[in-house]
Each structure stands twice: as C-alpha cells, then as structure tokens.
Design a protein around this ligand. Sequence first.
Ligand SMILES: Cc1cc2nc3c(=O)[nH]c(=O)nc-3n(C[C@H](O)[C@H](O)[C@H](O)COP(=O)(O)O)c2cc1C
Ligand code: SF4
Length: 438
Amino acid sequence: MTTPRPETLAKLTPVLTKRWLSPDAWRIGTYEQLDGYAALRKALKAHPDDLIQLIKDSGLRGRGGAGFPTGLKWGFIPQGDGKPHYLVVNADEGEPGTCKDLPLMTHDPHALVEGVIISSYAIRANRAYIYIRGEAVHAARRLRNAVQEAYDKGYLGRNILRSGYDLELVVHSGAGAYICGEETALLDSLEGFRGQPRLRPPFPATHGLYASPTVVNNVGTIASVPPIVLGGADWWKTMGTEKSSGPMIYSLSGRIVNPGQYECSMGVTLRELLELAGGMQPGHNLRFWTPGGSSTPLLAAEHLDVPLDFEGVAAAGSILGTTATQIFSDQDCPVYATYRWLEFYHHESCGKCTPCREGNYWMVRVYRRILAGQGTHEDLDTLLDTCDNILGRSFCGLGDGATSSVTSSLKYFKQDYLDYIEGRTAPKLSDKQLVGAH
Ligand SMILES: Cc1cc2nc3c(=O)[nH]c(=O)nc-3n(C[C@H](O)[C@H](O)[C@H](O)COP(=O)(O)O)c2cc1C
Ligand code: SF4
C-alpha cells in the first residue's frame, strides 16, 4: 500500500463530502451546525436572476455525465410565461461503476434538499421532484426523512422563512431502469408512462414535465449550489481548471487498496487518485480503466497522467462522464469486461430504436462466440461495423455509450481478442453459455 504524499493529499478538496463523516450527518441539527441552510437564507434575499448569473459565473457544469453549463440551462427557462416551472433532480445513478450520488444522499441529504430549494427559487419553480432509483431504498428513506425535517423547520412549504416563496418537494422512487436516468425518459416515467426517451426538440427547458418549462439536473450539480452561494463564484473557481471548475467526486472501484469516493479539484490525474487510494492491490498492475463509467471509452496505463476534467479526458479520446473510475489490472480481461458491459446495455436497451435494440443483441452474441473460443477474424469487423451503425444513429445516449468499450478495447487490446480467436487464451465461456451465439 502506498501512503499519499502531502502534495497529493492537498489535491483533496472536500466540499460536497465535507460533512459525510460527521456523526448523524444526515440529521437537520448536524446540518445546521455545519453551515446548513445558511446559503438558503442568503439566496432568498437575492433576486432569482442574480442567482442564475452567480451559477453562470461559477462555471458549474452538470455532474450527470454531459457536463452542460448549469447556469446556461437555468437561463433557458422562459420567464413570465404563466406556466408552472419544475425542477427535477436526476438521482437515478444507474451508470455502471458510478457511486457518488447515492452516498451523498445517504450521508448528507440536506445538502441536496437545500440545493433544490435555492435552485427552484432561481428558476421560479414552486414544485420540485427528486427521482431516485427504486433499489436505493436506504438513500430514499434518508431523503424522505430530510424532506420532512425541512418541512417541519419551515424550509419547505408555504412562505419559506417568511420570504413569500412557496415550494413543494416530492421524492419519487423509480422502478430501477437505467434508461430512466436519461432525462426525457425520466420525465415520461415521472408522468406515469413507460420510461422511454422523447424526441427533441422541443427540449425540457420549454416542454418538460407536463409539457411545462423544466430543469433536469444531477444530484451533484444541485448539491453544488449551496456552497457556491455561500463561497461565491471566485472561490469555486479556485478549484478545478479554467473550463472545468470546482471539485468533483471521483468514485474509485476495482483492483485498488481503498475503493471509495475521493473529492478532488477537477483535473486531478489517475496517478494521483491511485496514490490517494493506497495504490493497486498487491500483485496487480494497472492495465485498463474507465474515466467516467462503462459508457466512456476505456483508457490504458499510458493515460495515468491525463487531467481528469472535461477537456483533458476528451483530448485523450474518452469522456469524463460520471467520474466513475473503474480500475482493472493485468489479471483482468478487457474482452470479458466489455462482454459483461454489453450484456448490461443489451438488457437495459428500451427497444425504441433499431440500432441499439438489435445492435446490442447481436454484439452480445458475437462476444459469447469469441469468449467460447469459436470466434473468427471477421467477427472483429462485424463488431466495428455494428458499432458504426449504433454510434450517432441511436435515439439516445444509451446506444452510443454501449459502443464505447467495444471500440476502445479493440483499439488498445486487439491482441486479447486475437488470442481467443487463435486459441492462445482458454475459452472463458462454455458451449452451454453459447446458446444463440451463431
Ligand atoms: C442512458 C442514460 C442514462 C443516464 N443516467 C443518468 C443518471 O443516472 N443520472 C444523471 O444525473 N444523469 C443521467 N444521464 C444524463 C441525463 O440525461 C442528463 O444529461 C442529466 O441528468 C443532466 O443533469 P446535469 O446537467 O446536472 O448533468 C443519463 C443519460 C443517458 C443517455
Ligand atoms: S438508444 Fe437504446 S435506450 Fe435509447 S431510445 Fe434507442 S433503444 Fe432506447
């Protein structure tokens, strides 16, 4: 195990995670003692437009994967249109490897609740929803409890802190479908329909929940709002890089000594994160990793010093995504890992569009064939051709994301595929698991 050097420890910037280890951090009393609801008091004295400007100035970008500028998104909400406005928090967190929103809601639910109230006030919404994935029972309980505590204290409901502002907040549990994390599928699901993506335009900013102006933001995005209100845009920008400001929760999993959440300034490198996490497990050497979950192209050991911000990861040919850093070693097989991810995408494909529904179905079969030692060289062309027909031709990002590990593993680890096909690696799947592969 490696002990982090002081200069690497200094990369830790606990802002969203700062209360997580406090006793009873999820209770309103603890939250209030640790700055809780101070930002709300400050925000309610400001004009909503000034809050939107503050978030624009901070450079905050969405933490849900795409990194869209949050202030800009809020600015798209038409004002004075006479329609109800909604804030919907995306707490579905379904991307494999991602584990930042659930611990935040479990340990510090009031950070999200306070963020919801300030953000709703800024966009002039009187009703907000937190859509949380169905399996996250514990986090949902903590969240519902926090919402009730906030109502009891007058932070939610009518005439919040005598400001004249009203807000109702509903915590809604989904049924546990990855596609319901896609924002328009989420809105359909929230309205009671089957969760499938909607055609855009129109965008949620004008035609979102119940065809009304709606902001959909990730948990981490909304929980970043109270610290920005308290600390100011300039303080926020002291962390991170010019175009990727602020801290980010990196969730590290896999072959490392101390998996978990590490909140660092954006632009930290995997080399530094590994040092913070105690290094690779004994006997394991880094071979491949995902910078932002399984929908982002794999990177290899040569990318240890890539700055993990939106621009740095893009320049290295991948995507920052949800900063779900899954770490694999020389004892892991990139072909098998890709197969397991594809099984996931195939299972979670909502079936609305042909490239994703059919493409993932067939790619799973090709992988089974290769892993059973019955693959051919043409199979590799078939995989690339199928990816070509899915990427950019699918109705939503699920299809695009499914191709990431396929194309990137073929780019960096083609030899591993050839070893199965040419018989140098023993088959990982049996004939029985091959059903339907031909
Ligand atoms: C298949 C799919 C699943 C997604 N799952 C999530 C999710 O679980 N949580 C999330 O915040 N965003 C998810 N997104 C991204 C959302 O569509 C949307 O961009 C995000 O909620 C916007 O919030 P942000 O601007 O705060 O990042 C997903 C996108 C796709 C295509
Ligand atoms: S890409 Fe996949 S998940 Fe998205 S709409 Fe098409 S079938 Fe559904």
